[in-house]
Design a protein around this ligand. Structure first.
Ligand code: TYD
Length: 134
């Protein structure tokens, strides 16, 4: 059973250059092999995203631009992370409820996921999530 102890902040390698910085993600940077990338952008500041957990999939979230908060819940405890640096990834293992909120203007949230989009992998009902953690 996953808990908040399993969350990781991942340092993404960056090549610094006077021309600007370059960050890269390849095999072994993330604790899983990713099969899908998606991103959230133009998110209104009063909007909430997420509100679900996954049965099998895990994800890494990166604030490519701007900032937003990610509130994680393992069914017992909650912890909030402010993502505002493009060289840090927040690793969310399977079985963790997430809420994304307080998006700054221009924020872009990149998500790298362990598998293809599959609605059956989502738990979107909080009570059902709590039940799954028993
Ligand atoms: P949703 O899971 O509600 O987004 P978030 O959790 O980031 O707030 O997804 C919104 C819609 O987009 C929903 O109809 C499912 C669809 N979708 C895809 O088609 N492919 C994807 O990879 C993702 C993440 C969502």
């Amino acid at each position: 059973m996953t808990t908040l102890q399993d969350i990781q902040l991942i340092n993404i390698p960056v090549v610094e250059d006077r021309r600007g910085n370059l960050a890269f993600i390849q095999e072994k940077v993330l604790p899983f092999e990713f099969k899908r990338v998606y991103y959230l952008f133009d998110v209104p500041s009063n909007s909430f995203r997420g509100s679900h957990s996954h049965v099998n999939q895990c994800e890494v979230l990166i604030a490519l631009s701007g900032s937003f908060e990610v509130v994680l819940n393992d069914g017992k405890e909650k912890k909030s992370f402010l993502l505002n640096k493009p060289n840090f990834g927040l690793y969310i293992p399977t079985g963790i409820w997430r809420e994304l909120e307080n998006f700054s203007s221009g924020a872009v949230c990149l998500v790298m996921a362990s598998d293809m989009y599959e609605e059956d992998d989502y738990i979107r009902d909080f009570d059902q999530f709590l039940e799954s953690k028993k």
